[in-house]
Design a protein around this ligand. Structure first.
Ligand SMILES: Nc1ncnc2c1ncn2[C@@H]1O[C@H](COP(=O)(O)OP(=O)(O)OP(=O)(O)O)[C@@H](O)[C@H]1O
Ligand SMILES: Nc1nc2c(c(=O)[nH]1)N=C(CO)CN2
Length: 188
C-alpha cells in the first residue's frame, strides 16, 4: 500500500495551480494518559479536518501493554489510520505534532505517559533518515501495537524494506495486545 495506487494521479490546487502527487500514508495513534478514547477520537477528527488529507480507514482500537516505557506506566489504547494526502511528509509531521499539542502532549520523559502520540509510519514511498523525520518509522515493524490494528485494515500492506504487515505481525506475536471491540473510533 505504500506506493500511490496510481503514481500518475495528481491533485490540482485550484488556487495556486501547483500540483502535488497523492500519496497513501499510515499514521499510528496511542494514548496512555487521561481520557484515552477522547484523545484518540480527537486525533481522528483533526486528521479528517486537515486540508489535503482524506481518511481511507480507521482501525479497531487495541488495549496494549506499554513497551519500553517507565515502570508503572499504564496500558495504552492504540489504533491506526490510513489516508491519502497531497501534503508533504514534513507538513504531515508538523500537523501530527500540532494535534498532539492540542491534546496536552508533554515530552519530558522518554517514552513517558502521553495523552496522545501521533506517529507517521509510512508516507507513500518516502524514505527519510534524520532525527526529526524517519520513514518508514524505524520501530513500526516490530510493534504489535501498530501491526495488529494496521493488519485489520490492510494485511497485504508492506513496510518497504521490512515485509508485509501480516508477516511482521506473525513474527511480533499478539502478547500484550487485546482488541477492544467495545470501543470504536467514529469517522463522519
Ligand atoms: N516517523 C516519525 N513519526 C513521528 N515522529 C518522528 C518520526 N520520525 C522522527 N520523529 C521525531 O521523533 C521525535 C520524538 O517523537 P515522539 O515523542 O512522538 O517519540 P515517541 O513516540 O515517544 O517514540 P517512538 O518514536 O519510539 O514512537 C519527534 O521530535 C519527531 O520529530
Ligand atoms: N503499548 C504501547 N507501548 C508504547 C507505545 C504505544 O503506543 N503503545 N508508544 C511508545 C512510543 O511511541 C512506546 N511504547
Amino acid at each position: 500500500m505504500t506506493e500511490s495506487p496510481n503514481p500518475a494521479v495528481i491533485d490540482t490546487d485550484t488556487l495556486t495551480g501547483e500540483m502535488h502527487p497523492i500519496r497513501r500514508a499510515v499514521i499510528a495513534l496511542g494514548s496512555n494518559l487521561g481520557e484515552r478514547m477522547y484523545s484518540l477520537q480527537g486525533a481522528v477528527d483533526a486528521l479528517e479536518d486537515t486540508p489535503e488529507v482524506w481518511l481511507t480507514g480507521v482501525s479497531p482500537v487495541y488495549e496494549t501493554e506499554p513497551i519500553g516505557a517507565p515502570a508503572g506506566s499504564k496500558p495504552f489504547l492504540n489504533a491506526v489510520v490510513t489516508l491519502d494526502t497531497t501534503l508533504s511528509a514534513r507538513t504531515l509531521l508538523e500537523r501530527a505534532h500540532a494535534v498532539e499539542d492540542a491534546y496536552g502532549r508533554e515530552r519530558d520523559v522518554l517514552n513517558g505517559p502521553r495523552t496522545l502520540d501521533v506517529d507517521l509510519i509510512v508516507v507513500g514511498d518516502r524514505h527519510a533518515d534524520d532525527d526529526s523525520l524517519r520513514l518508514p518509522h524505524p520501530r513500526a515493524a516490530e510493534r504489535a501495537f501498530v501491526l495488529a490494528p494496521w493488519n485489520d485494515l490492510e494485511s497485504d500492506a508492506e513496510i518497504p524494506g521490512y515485509g508485509t504487515v501480516a508477516e511482521l505481525l506473525e513474527k511480533a506475536g499478539l502478547d500484550g495486545v487485546v482488541r477492544r471491540d467495545d470501543l470504536t473510533l467514529e469517522v463522519s
